[in-house]
Design a protein around this ligand. Structure first.
Ligand code: IPM
Ligand code: MG
Length: 356
């Protein structure tokens, strides 16, 4: 049966990197994968046309598709807009509307890139961490929120960190299920020494752990986790954490792998439906220059094949093709080092397709 994929390129480098992933998809299409692609607008690109970062037709398309490929959203020109129509709201709206609560962010160091990391090769060699970030709750979505004016005339900003037991339990189960297929270790990251909400988080994680006797659960405060990620990152297998802590720690983990341009992600709902996107942003400073690294997006496509389209063999093929182009010495600017061949966004995509 033909699978329908919504392609939401978004803003900044989004269209450039998504175009390379689409080349890869089309190549698979010529080799037996039955897919149908449909483009949709999201973020600033959608705001310019429809006055909203998440038009109804884009949401309908996303809901009607088997999977969603997303580039990135955001850019300088929209930074002064009201927060309710900023590009980021388009992305957050998709996550919330589709209930994509489980965000998987694998940080893997390709051996070819050991020199690209700012950390010593022995600290990062062989790195393979899975960050499981809660994506539809926490302080990103908690109510009340806003900016109010106090009696003394001073303005006060406020957001609410809130997690219900069921929200913690379901992301906990996602993390433990993944750990069962890996090294069976889960580190839950919280700030239970200060925040009641994450004290509950810790308690619920303990409860979930009882159903997974083969998985070792540990807990870490987020400040220590940030430190440990750069001190001795290989101690981690699966990390599970809240929406905002996960946002921060995954950028940190990305740099262990040499470049944020290498990290894919999958955001899944309870039925396994997913949105796939690189974890980096829209990088407006380099947009339109054909220099961005398309590999995180291409690797996100591999995650899509594995998690939503049941095509694990094709997913493996893409991941091997990425390794192959790195073996060939091809590097976009973000991962370039002496002796390697610097290539453009499109040349990198073409190289992956050629290997496939
Ligand atoms: C990410 C991004 C988003 C987030 C932004 C663009 C809203 O940083 O996917 O990590 O904060 O979740
Ligand atoms: Mg982020």
């Amino acid at each position: 049966m033909t699978k329908k994929i919504a392609v939401l390129a978004g803003d900044g480098i989004g269209p450039e990197i998504v175009a390379e992933a689409v080349k890869v998809l089309e190549c698979l299409g010529r080799n037996g994968l039955a897919v149908e692609l449909e483009d949709g607008l999201v973020g600033g690109a959608a705001y310019e046309v429809h006055g909203t970062p998440l038009p109804a037709e884009t949401l309908d398309l996303a809901k009607a598709s088997d999977a969603i490929l997303l580039g990135a959203v955001g850019g300088y020109q929209w930074e002064s807009l009201d927060i309710s129509v900023r590009p980021e709201k388009g992305l957050l709206g998709l996550r919330a509307e589709l209930e994509l609560f489980a965000n998987l962010r694998p940080a893997i160091l390709y051996k070819q890139l050991a020199d690209a990391s700012t950390l010593k090769p022995e600290v990062v060699a062989g790195l393979d961490i899975m960050i499981v970030r809660e994506l539809t709750g926490g302080i990103y979505f908690g109510q009340p929120r806003g900016v109010r004016t106090l009696d003394n005339g001073e303005r006060q900003g406020f957001n609410t960190l809130v997690y219900s037991e069921s929200e913690i339990e379901r992301i906990g189960r996602s993390a433990f299920d993944i750990a069962m297929k890996r090294d069976r270790r889960v580190c839950s990251v919280d700030k239970a020494n200060v925040l009641e909400c994450t004290e509950l988080w810790r308690e619920v994680m303990e409860q979930v752990a009882r159903d997974y006797p083969e998985v070792a659960l540990s807990h870490m405060y987020v400040d220590n986790a940030a430190m440990q990620l750069v001190r001795a990152p290989k101690q981690f297998d699966v990390m599970v954490t809240t929406n905002m802590f996960g946002d921060i720690l995954s950028d940190c983990a990305a740099m262990l792998t040499g470049s944020i341009g290498m990290l894919p992600s999958a955001s899944l709902n309870a039925e396994g439906k997913g949105m796939y996107e690189p974890i980096h942003g829209s990088a407006p400073d380099i947009a339109g220059q054909n220099v961005a690294n398309p590999l995180a997006t291409i690797l996100s496509l591999a995650m899509m094949l594995r998690y939503s389209l049941d095509e694990a063999v094709m997913a493996d093929r893409i991941e091997r093709a990425v390794e192959k182009v790195l073996d060939q010495g091809l590097r976009t600017a973000d991962i370039h080092s002496d002796g390697m061949q610097k290539v453009s966004t499109s040349a990198m995509g073409d190289a992956v397709v050629a290997v496939l």
